[in-house]
Design a protein around this ligand. Sequence first.
Ligand code: KIV
Ligand code: ZN
Length: 516
Amino acid sequence: MPDKVRIFDTTLRDGEQSPGISLNVPEKIEIAEELTRLGVDVIEAGFPVASDGDFEAVKAIADHVKGSAVAGLSRTAFADIDRCWEAIKNAEQPRIHVFIATSPTHMEHKLRMTPDQVLAEAVAAVTKAKSYTADVEFSPEDGTRSDHGFLVEVLRAVVEAGATTLNIPDTVGYGVPDEFGKLIALLVDEVNPPDGVVFSTHCHNDLGLAVANSLAGVAGGARQVECTINGIGERAGNAALEEIVMAIKTRSDFFGLETGIRTEEIARASRMVSRLTGYVVQPNKAVVGRNAFAHESGIHQHGVLVERSTYEIMDAEDVGQEAAQIVLGKHSGRHAFQDTLEKMGIHVQGDALNQAFKRFKELADRKVQITEADLEAIVAEELGQLGETYTLESYEVRNGTGDTPWARVVIEREGVKAEAEGEGDGMIDAVCGAIRRATGTDGRLVGFNVSSVTEGVDALGDVTIQLEVDDRRVTGRGVSTDVVEASARAFLSAVNIAMRLRSERAGVRAGDESGP
Ligand code: KIV
Ligand code: ZN
């Protein structure tokens, strides 16, 4: 049994299936590049047959991103497999990930197929995928609710057909650690595949057990874990990459295993995914939460000062949590600015650099110490706006005791300015109302969250807004030292995403209910 656990990241596929997440191609490439810096073994880039947009994103990642295997997800239909191969064929190491459900409930109600048909379909699909690439992964969807004897039969047959990774999904987050660990051990034992075939886990978090189940699977013999940054994913999400990796590292005495992850990149990857998806990280989240290394009680603080290991089992530096130190200030020039961004892995030039530098200078006038986390937030937001339909030219708000909060905004679209006013329950409500009028958007506000990027009274306010437009949820994010401005930016960014999706809709194929 090898002592390395492969990390298969599915942030861009299962993670992107979270409600409200809709990443464009450059954003997906940005995340994929960060994943390779992090050292993940496999990036699951998407589900190419799902839409033209998904296909383009998977293809762009396979064409450009080097250093990790790139997987595309596919159902068993040959047309899906062909499309998947078309998208990933230029990758350094292309992997086709084929799945079909094996549980009685999925076979009967979703697929309307008999177990024999499912078995035949699985074998045919793996054989087809194998004709394209040596690296084929097979998943019996809803594995934990499948009959164990049938699972063994299907897995043996797909190994025979050439599958090299056998991934066991706990699709609905039903498993409990002891049982899931035993299931993996049973399958390792009874399928008994030849050397080189790896068992894998794919656990959902419906009962909050995704990480525990994945680790139990590793203890049972799995040598690949499928997971996502910050644990994002369908419903309650997937197993969190950072927790899996740090558990295996911190408790190497127990597991006797290692991953190839460069753990110092974890915090940056977490911030990037949070920023681009609009999914904020809870402050007490293990490993990457803002408070994960903060000590409030005097006894703990004293203990850590005397000897860190009294109350800390990991070092914040090991996961890159110390990166939010002071990096730049108001006197920093363009070279220092660009240099710092380059070191952070953000490459900008020309107009994009000018825009980002202008935004940095505006911020430096309001905030004395600009940290790496601040820089990431403003530069990303600024770059995300380049080429967008609407931009915020200016805004004005008025409020006071006994007054009705009022706002006026000036929005620009293709060089044309539109001005509108709004009133509301508060200044944020008023400014969002004014933007609605100026852009003619009638989306329903379904989520609003404000947090601070760093500490202190001059910290950047980081606002995420979820809007429901045309029956789809979109998430916008905005940052500023002024929370009303951050909200206006977030609202407008959600409107821009909704506009983009509206115009892309024509190219998107009809939705398919037998997707993962
Ligand atoms: O949860 C699941 O079963 C999946 C499979 C497609 C691997 O995401
Ligand atoms: Zn899944």
